[in-house]
Structure formats: structure tokens, C-alpha cells
Design a protein around this ligand. Structure first.
Ligand code: NAD
Length: 499
């Protein structure tokens, strides 16, 4: 179906996109939606169709959960000795690595991500698989309990079928963060990718099969949120659920899981602050924050979107940021000259523009205008320019998540005021503090009312360091840490009285 020029696409990517349509992936097979309906995913850089794919119904979700349940009960996966399961996950990681370029092209095309960033996401997926495959081998499944008069221990088992609902901004990287610990612990999974970005998930399901992951262990049900997503989050056959996306949908998913008493993890939005003190190297700090806000066109949940700057350096800092943002080359995500690609779709483009408008109507000043951006040769693409707003911090553009290359500037006079302003938000995902004084950096980072506090850097994600949000940014324990692996085991206590 594709009409975009794809001279540079790899043959395997061409072949994959030529499927008409791409099916759901259930029990190791590509199958049509029960309704026969399809959706179309677009290239955000051109606005043109990329591929058609099956639009899963509630009935299809039911089939996928049944497949995950059967694989859990009947395949070897859950009962494999942990070293054998880990070896299989390493083989899966090897296979993903060998398809790195295809996966990166699909991801870049599908979500509008700069190609080199998509390559980084594939590498991250591989690292996540390897991290949890190795970690699982170092956990004792049995813990002996020293209690008077009893022989007692606990033993860990995988739960069974686990559900994952993924957003469109990091489809492949977040798939890894979600399913790697679940698989390493011996569970089976059903994944609902976002309707804008199903391609890398459908592609990697085939790679998993070729790498020897048993059929039914990984199932994929692309489709709309209000149908496939709602059916998955309300499915009584799931044992655990993980949702990454907006707080509004997170509430719906958590409610649906609550009705079935299914434990749920929610990784939600953010409105992070960068607190910049007057002892920083101004050009370096300005450059780093410009890189952060333009990274994936600002569609990053943990981004710094409120820049709180000490009044002594405010004017110079803002001028340096604006100058750098003016130079950012906006272009098609597969063009090696581009520094910033499009946003994901027309709705997101309209959202960014509307927040600029609402912000200004609410009293903010446009320090850097931003707005719609034309990229020659890509007329239908969803492009915006970076923008800077400044003014009172109760402005709607300073309080709500915009999810675009827009930062809101505020000034502070001292440390206490800086911390109070950073914490004056409904969200609580990630903030950063920028200063040459490391004692102050530690004090401020620890005082943030958020899941993550970063020092002299932003968007710092490390395997082994818990990544989670508080308040409107999330609940349920977070991801990427050793604890995440334990979330995917249930524990049974076994006791024998000794008299
Ligand atoms: P979204 O909430 O609109 O959609 C996320 C997923 O939920 C999609 O797969 C969608 O189809 C599905 N969905 C929609 N309605 C549903 C329903 N009624 N029931 C079940 N599922 C439904 O979010 P989005 O626009 O795709 O992503 C952007 C949001 O994700 C932002 O708020 C961003 O901050 C957040 N996010 C958070 C993290 C994190 O780790 N904290 C990471 C990435 C993105």
C-alpha cells in the first residue's frame, strides 16, 4: 500500500510492509481480526500510509489471552530451569541484534523517530532482555525462613499471562522494559501496541519465534485503545497488567484491573523540571537542555519541560537556549541531516499548537515562537518547531503535559524557592538539578517530589536503577530495576509444624 519513496529501505522491511494487511500475532501465527477490520499506520514524516494491520476486537483479545494461558500451562516456558530460559532470552537478544537495522527502520518510519535514535532504542531492547535474563539466574527461587517450631520457606513462581499496553512514543524500547522481566520470570505475555505504532512489535514477535521462544509465549493484538486496549485491561484471564501512557487512560486501565483484582503497574505522564543554578557553565547546560527538549521532538514522558533558572543568569541562559533552538534542523526522520523529526500524528501536532495558543492567551510570553513547520518535499508531515514560553508558572502550558518540543521558563531566587517551584505540579516523574556544587545538587535531587532526580543531566535511564513515577506520573512499582523482576513472580509460603 505504501506510496512513500523507500529507495533506502532494507528488503526485509519492504517485504514486511508489503503484507496486506499485517495480522494479529496469536499462538505463533499471523491471523486476521475476527471482524476483518483493519487500521492504517502512517509515516509521520510524510503523512502517507505505511501499512495496514488487523484491528483486534475483544474476541481477538480473548483468543490471545487464551493462547498465553495455554502456552503458560502446556509449553515448557514456565517450567524451564532458569538458566535454560535465560539462554533462550539471550538467543532472542542475539536475533534482535542481527535484525537491528530492519527494526530501527521500521521504528523510525512508524513513529517519526530520528533513525539513529531508533537504533538506540533497538540496542536498549537488547540490553533489557540481557539484563533480566542474567538477573533471573542470580535469584534463589526458595527462601528458607527461620521461625520457631516450623520448617518454613517461600518459593517463587511465575504468575501466568501478563498484559502490556504500550504508547506510541517509544514503542520498541518500552516493549522491552515491559516484557523482558515478565518473560525472564517465566510468564507469557499479550501486548497491545499503540494504534499509531504497531510495526516493530509485530516484527519482533516473528523474530522471537525464529529464536526459539515457544509459540503463545508472546502474543500481539494491535488495535484501538477503546476496544482492544479496554478488552485487555478488563480481561479476567490476566494475572498482571502493565500500562504505559497518559494518566487519563491509566485511570481507566487501573479501574478495569481493579474490578478483576489484577495487580497493575501504571507508568504515566510527566511535567519535569530542570533547576539551573547560577554556577553552571551556561553554554554546556543550555546545549544539554536543548538536546533534551528536542529529543524525539519532545515526546518523552520524563523530559524537562519546565526550565527553572536562577535569576542571576536567566537572561543569558534563555538567550543561549533560544539561539540553539533556532538552529535545530527539522526534517524527515530518515534523513541523516535532520536533528528533529515530526510529531507522531496530526492530532499531536494540533495539540502542541493549541498549547502554544492557550499558553499565550493565559498570559505567557513567546520567547521563541515555534509553531507549524514546513519541510520541503514532505508536505503532509506533522512538523513543529521548538518553542519557548515564559511567565507565571500557573499558566496551563506550565502545568499540563504538552508532549512536544516546548519548554516553559521560570526564574527563582534561592534553593528553597527552586525546590518549591519544581514540586508545584500534579506530576512526579523526573526532575534534574544543574549546579557545580555537588552538596547542593544532592540536597535538591533528594528533595524532589518525584520518582527520579538527576544531577547535571536529564533523561538518565540506567538498567538496574528503578524508574518510576509518583502522584499523577504512576503507581505500581516502576520498571528497569531488580524489583521489577520480583513483580513478575508470585510467592507461596510452605510451612510444616515440627511437633
Ligand atoms: P494514551 O494513554 O493515549 O495511550 C497509551 C496506550 O493506551 C495506547 O496503546 C492506547 O491505544 C491505549 N488506550 C487508549 N485508550 C484506552 C482504553 N480506554 N483502555 C485501554 N487502553 C487504551 O497515551 P499515548 O498518547 O499513546 O502516550 C503518551 C503518554 O504516555 C504521555 O502521557 C506520556 O507521558 C506517557 N508515557 C509515560 C511513560 C513512563 O514511563 N512513565 C513512558 C512513555 C509515555
Amino acid at each position: 500500500m505504501a506510496t512513500v519513496t523507500r529507495t533506502s529501505l532494507l528488503p526485509a522491511v519492504e517485504a514486511f510492509l508489503a503484507h496486506e494487511p499485517l495480522g494479529l500475532w496469536i499462538g505463533g501465527r499471523s491471523v486476521a481480526a475476527s471482524s476483518g477490520q483493519t487500521l492504517t499506520t502512517l509515516d509521520p514524516g510524510t503523512g502517507e500510509p505505511l501499512a495496514r494491520f488487523a484491528d483486534a476486537t475483544a474476541e481477538d483479545v480473548d483468543r490471545a489471552v487464551a493462547s498465553a494461558r495455554d502456552a503458560f500451562r502446556q509449553s515448557e516456558w514456565a517450567r524451564l530451569p532458569v538458566n535454560e530460559r535465560s539462554a533462550k532470552l539471550h538467543r532472542f537478544a542475539d536475533a534482535v541484534e542481527s535484525h537491528r537495522n530492519e527494526l530501527a527502520q521500521l521504528e523510525s518510519l512508524d513513529c517519526g523517530k530520528i533513525l539513529s535514535q531508533a537504533e538506540g532504542d533497538v540496542d536498549n531492547f537488547v540490553q533489557t532482555l540481557r539484563y533480566y535474563a542474567d538477573l533471573a539466574m542470580h535469584v534463589q527461587p526458595r527462601t528458607v525462613l527461620a521461625v520457631r517450631g516450623h520448617d518454613a520457606w517461600t518459593v517463587r513462581h511465575p504468575w501466568g499471562p501478563c498484559g502490556f499496553i504500550i504508547p506510541w512514543n517509544f514503542p520498541f524500547l518500552l516493549l522491552g522494559w515491559g516484557i523482558a522481566p515478565a518473560l525472564a520470570a517465566g510468564n507469557t505475555v499479550v501486548v497491545k501496541p499503540a494504534e499509531d505504532t504497531p510495526l516493530s512489535t509485530l516484527f519482533v514477535a516473528r523474530i522471537a519465534q525464529q529464536a526459539g521462544i515457544p509459540d503463545g509465549v508472546i502474543n500481539v493484538v494491535p488495535g484501538r485503545g477503546e476496544t482492544a486496549g479496554a478488552a485487555l485491561s478488563g480481561h479476567p484471564g490476566l494475572k498482571r497488567m502493565s500500562f504505559t501512557g497518559s494518566p487519563e487512560v491509566g485511570r481507566l486501565v487501573a479501574e478495569a484491573c481493579g474490578r478483576n483484582l489484577v495487580p497493575v503497574k501504571c507508568e504515566l505522564g510527566g511535567k519535569g523540571a530542570a533547576v539551573v543554578f547560577d554556577d553552571v557553565d551556561i553554554p554546556t547546560t543550555a546545549q544539554r537542555l536543548v538536546e533534551a527538549i528536542t529529543f524525539h521532538t519532545g515526546q518523552v514522558c520524563c523530559d524537562a519541560t519546565r526550565w527553572l533558572v536562577h535569576e542571576a543568569i536567566y537572561d543569558e541562559f534563555v538567550e543561549q537556549c533560544a539561539e540553539r533552538l533556532r538552529q535545530v534542523r527539522v526534517g524527515h526522520q530518515m534523513d541523516s541531516e535532520s536533528q528533529m523529526g515530526p510529531v507522531v500524528n496530526a492530532k499531536q501536532q494540533a495539540r502542541v499548537l493549541s498549547y502554544l495558543d492557550k499558553g499565550v492567551r493565559g498570559g505567557a510570553k513567546l520567547v521563541l515562537e515555534g509553531g507549524r513547520c514546513d519541510v520541503p518535499g514532505n508536505d503532509g508531515g506533522f512538523y513543529v518547531r521548538p518553542a519557548l514560553l515564559a511567565g507565571p508558572l500557573d499558566n496551563i502550558a506550565a502545568r499540563e503535559e504538552i508532549f512536544g518540543p516546548v519548554a516553559y521558563l521560570g526564574r527563582f531566587r534561592n534553593e528553597a524557592e527552586a525546590v518549591a517551584l519544581a514540586n508545584d505540579t500534579d506530576y512526579g516523574l523526573a526532575n534534574s538539578v544543574w549546579t557545580a556544587d555537588l552538596a547542593r545538587a544532592q540536597r535538591v535531587a533528594e528533595a524532589f517530589d518525584a520518582g527520579n532526580g538527576w544531577i547535571n543531566a536529564h533523561n538518565v535511564i540506567v538498567h538496574g536503577v528503578p524508574y518510576a513515577g509518583v502522584n499523577k506520573s504512576g503507581m505500581g512499582g516502576g520498571v528497569l530495576s531488580p524489583e521489577t523482576l520480583f513483580d513478575y513472580w508470585r510467592s507461596i509460603s510452605v510451612v510444616r509444624p515440627l511437633d
